[in-house]
Design a protein around this ligand. Structure first.
Ligand SMILES: [Zn+2]
Length: 276
């Protein structure tokens, strides 16, 4: 695998009872940070994996029924905390980002898509179709906000499903196959089914070793270590409980077989503190 560099950013957070995310958690509300990542490729330059929250989220959730989303998972985003603003402050112009990779279509992962107007958008066709299917209320109930997809989304989309399939490094077993997004082995997207339709992770190699961004296949590193899923109700509300359970178990097996690999869930407080 071609080596790349990675840096995480905390892009807002929401508050929710911990118990909704892990079966033996407490009922008190805790913060779930929304992480986004800057990946730097030797030739393609800055690449973004997920965007976290964005002011566009608050605009999109002004009307009904979209406002229900804001009520059920109230998010907080500070001034100049949007990913594009944090990248600009770090010396990366959003217009220079040529690739945006979206793990899935939940609003807290793709709200800032509109800020990266020159980027090809790598994502799952199944996720896009799920966002567009049915009523607006149905989309909101699934955690998706159609208004967050820029008008030129389809002309910029590069579907994971169409990327060439390649074998993953043996160190990533039980995961065996990935989609080679740039054709040079630098970014291998892999399906992590269950959380919602079209939910994928991303494997890459840093100087320090293999790293898998697992998005919402787990909500914390602790859940992977202990193979502890969310309550069945949460899994059923969002996606497919059996597939969610199986994916978490595969991540746990990977962790046990290869303790050196870095696994990063998008809302893990422990991971967020590493980039604070
Ligand atoms: Zn999600």
């Amino acid at each position: 695998m071609r080596r790349v560099t990675l840096r995480g950013f905390r892009v807002g957070f929401c508050r929710h009872p911990q118990r909704m995310a892990i079966r033996d958690g407490r009922w008190r509300p805790v913060e779930f940070p929304a992480l986004a990542f800057l990946l730097v490729h030797p030739e393609e330059g800055p690449i973004v994996f997920d965007t976290g929250y964005d002011p566009a989220f608050f605009t999109a959730t002004e009307p009904f029924p979209e406002r229900l989303y804001r009520w059920t998972t109230p998010p907080t985003l500070g001034p100049r905390e949007a990913l594009a603003d944090q990248l600009a402050a770090a010396g990366v112009a959003p217009g220079d980002v040529r690739h945006l990779i979206l793990s899935h279509f939940h609003a807290d992962h793709m709200a800032g898509t509109h800020r990266f107007s020159n980027a090809a958008i790598h994502c799952a066709r199944a996720g896009y179709d799920a966002m567009c299917a049915g009523s607006r209320l149905g989309s909101v109930r699934k955690g998706m906000l159609r208004a967050l997809a820029p008008l030129d989304f389809l002309t910029r989309a590069r579907w994971f499903e169409d990327a060439p399939r390649v074998p993953l490094p043996a160190d990533l077993a039980p995961f065996v196959e990935g989609a080679d997004l740039l054709g040079d082995g630098s970014f291998l997207a892999l399906p992590l089914p269950g959380h919602c339709p079209g939910h994928w992770g991303l494997a890459l190699r840093e100087d320090a070793g293999l790293h898998m961004l697992v998005a919402d296949a787990a909500w914390s590193s602790d859940a992977i270590r202990r193979d502890m899923p969310p309550p069945r109700l949460t899994m059923a509300l969002l996606g497919d409980p059996a597939a969610t359970r199986a994916t978490l178990h595969d991540l746990h097996r990977l962790r046990v077989r290869n303790p050196d690999i870095r696994l990063t869930p998008s809302h893990c407080p422990e991971c967020a503190s590493e980039w604070a």
